[in-house]
Structures are given as structure tokens and as C-alpha cells.
Design a binder for this molecule. Structure first.
Ligand SMILES: [Zn+2]
Length: 360
């Protein structure tokens, strides 16, 4: 009941609630401060809390705000768990450790953007950048329609996107738009050309906390895809049949996969879970993205395009700026009690299933 109280209206409020809940649970926090001011001048940080023993054989990683503004959801989930005595009892009983990482991308969270301070989609930013980056010819063909000269977008731009969909299918358009691209730094779903601040900070967190466990479970909290309030459990490991079977055993047969087309997500490039293989190679990795629906995909994509247009064309009046910014938050955060209840309920279930799976 009353899940709404765990959710916030700003990044600063979310961070304060997280720090308060951590202290109340008797846990200590390690803050990786990002040396940039937040939207309202507040400090930005990736805050890390370990519950349980640092040498535990099973480690559950719970992360929020990979995509900045999506952190309103993930932060609420983390705070709800930290305030739940039943959850702490379950953690103790499991003998697993839980690592809460609050605000992987605090800059995007604070500014109500999906991307990092570098303009990068953190969940497309995991590559060996010495090697050639993936191509996305569909995005290249649509780049100037995705980010047109004027906003709201002219009818020609919308027609270009619609024509692409009729030629390549809706899934083809989705892949072109969201699969990840590495040539258009102003554009949407840009994966970057080097590791971002968040990428580097998370790797240091994993090297500190993730190198002694035998099994590592990861629930990465996202929003913006699928039916409103439904948490899709999207397999988030390398394309490995054993790992997928394990994920479906832990979280149910409804776990979807981007590799077999069962997910509402397209096949994506440069995903964050690869960090486990790089920094915690000793661990058997089982992970999902818990992806909660907010608004229809067309609205979410349009909000994102508007946000990127504004950052390319910042000299706009306050009403236009505020309309675009507010639309972004609404696209990735449904600020209603009913939605928040459903979010917390599904996340708590998934977190308990992960503990049970880790224990085996
Ligand atoms: Zn996301």
C-alpha cells in the first residue's frame, strides 16, 4: 500500500529519499560524484549501497536510471525495497548480498533526459572502442527526418518515417531508430565513441563489488516500452541458451528475448550487461531489464526527438522549452498512484525471485 510515497518529483528529492532510506536500513553509501552541476544546481552522484556480506556467493545487482529520466521509476523501486523490513529479512535469510546502484546516469535523471551528460545512450555505450563500431544504415537514411530543422516536426519528416515503416515494417523502423547508432552525436540512441562517465563509474563499482561472487543476478530498471504499468522481463545477458533457460526458470516463462524477437524491444547494440563479462568474468550471470510501459511508442519516440531537437537548438522561449521537457518526463514516468503500485509490486516479486534463483 501507498507505494507512491517512495517516488519523487525531482532527482534531488529521489536522491535524498534514497540516502534517508539507506540510513534507516542501517546501511552505508558510497557516492561517486559526477563533477557537473544538476539542473537545479544540486550535486550529481551515482550512489552505491551494499547490503550483506562483501564475499557472498550470490550477488543481486539492482540498478536505476541507466536512461536518466527513467530513474523516477527505478529509484522508487529501490527506495521501496530499502524501506521494506520483509525484504531485508529475505536478504538475510538468503545469505546473498544486494548491491543497489542509484542513478547510473544522474545527469540525465536531473535534466529529465534519457542520455548522459555526453549526449550518449548509456545502454548502447558498451563497446571496445578501438574496434569498428556497428553500422546503422536505417538511421543514417532517416537522420534529418528524425531531427528536422523545425519543431514540432514538419509533415514531411513524419511522412519519411511512415514511408520507412511501410517499406521495412514497424519493427524495421524501431530497429533503425532505437537499435543504436554511432554517427550522429546529436541524434537519438547515440552510443558514443568512447566510454561515458557513467560507463567508467559503473565499471569501477563492478570491479570493487562484483569480483568475488560466484553467481551474479542483475535487474536493471527501465521505462518507456510496452503496455502502461506492465513490467516486461527482458533477458539481458549474452545470447546464451543456458543463461536464457536460467532466467526463465527464475523469473518465469514470460521472460522475453531480443534475440528471438519475443521482446517488445528491437535487437540492440552495445548493451550495458556486457560489463559483467568484462569485470566479473568469474560470475555466472543471469539478468533482466525490467521494462515498464508508460505511453505508446509513437509518443515516446516523438518526445525523444523533441528533446534532442531542443538540445541542438537551445535558443527557444521558456514555454517551448518547458513543454518539451515536461513531455519527456511524462513519456518515461507515469506520475499516478496506480502506476506506482503496479511498478513496486512487480519489482518486489522479481527481486525475490532473483534471491531464490541465486540460492538455487
Ligand atoms: Zn531504458
Amino acid at each position: 500500500m501507498h507505494a507512491a510515497r517512495h517516488f519523487s518529483q525531482t532527482y534531488a528529492e529521489a536522491r535524498q529519499q534514497f540516502l534517508d532510506a539507506t540510513a534507516q536500513a542501517g546501511l552505508s553509501v558510497q557516492s561517486h560524484v559526477q563533477p557537473l552541476p544538476g539542473h537545479d544546481g544540486e550535486e550529481l552522484a551515482m550512489d552505491v549501497v551494499l547490503e550483506g556480506h562483501c564475499d557472498a556467493a550470490g550477488l543481486l545487482l539492482l540498478t536505476s536510471a541507466c536512461h536518466g529520466v527513467e530513474g523516477f521509476c527505478g529509484s522508487g523501486v529501490q527506495i521501496a525495497l530499502l524501506r521494506d523490513p520483509g525484504w531485508h529479512a529475505a536478504v538475510r535469510e538468503s545469505t546473498c548480498a544486494v548491491l543497489y546502484v542509484h542513478a547510473l546516469n544522474p545527469h540525465g535523471f536531473s535534466y529529465w533526459r534519457r542520455v548522459t551528460s555526453e549526449g550518449v545512450d548509456l545502454n548502447r555505450n558498451w563497446h571496445d572502442f578501438r574496434r569498428p563500431l556497428p553500422e546503422n544504415p536505417g538511421y543514417d537514411a532517416l537522420a534529418d527526418a528524425i531531427l528536422p530543422q523545425t519543431w514540432p516536426d514538419p509533415p514531411e519528416a513524419a511522412k519519411r518515417l511512415a514511408d520507412y515503416a511501410s517499406q521495412h515494417g514497424e519493427r524495421g523502423l524501431q530497429t533503425a531508430l532505437s537499435g543504436g547508432q554511432y554517427r550522429h552525436p546529436d541524434g537519438i540512441f547515440f552510443g558514443g565513441t568512447s566510454p561515458t562517465w557513467s560507463h567508467r563509474a559503473l565499471r569501477s563499482v563492478l570491479r570493487q563489488h562484483g569480483t568475488r561472487c560466484r553467481r551474479l543476478a542483475w535487474i536493471d530498471l527501465h521505462t518507456g516500452l510496452g503496455p502502461s504499468g506492465h513490467g516486461e522481463r527482458i533477458f539481458a545477458c549474452r545470447n546464451d541458451a543456458l543463461a536464457l533457460a536460467r532466467a526463465r526458470m527464475w523469473w518465469g516463462p514470460e521472460v522475453t528475448s531480443i534475440y528471438d524477437g519475443s521482446s517488445s524491444s528491437a535487437l540492440l547494440q552495445g548493451l550495458m550487461w556486457q560489463a559483467v563479462g568484462w569485470d566479473c568474468p568469474q560470475a555466472e550471470h543471469t539478468g533482466i531489464a525490467l521494462e515498464y510501459g508508460t505511453q505508446p511508442m509513437a509518443e515516446v519516440i516523438s518526445a525523444l526527438r523533441g528533446d534532442h531537437w531542443l538540445h541542438k537548438n537551445p535558443a527557444q522561449g521558456a514555454p517551448q522549452r518547458e513543454t518539451i521537457r515536461r513531455r519527456m518526463r511524462d513519456a518515461f514516468y507515469t506520475d499516478t498512484d496506480g502506476w506506482k503500485e503496479r511498478i513496486v509490486e512487480q519489482a518486489e516479486e522479481a527481486a525475490r525471485q532473483a534471491l531464490a534463483g541465486l540460492v538455487g
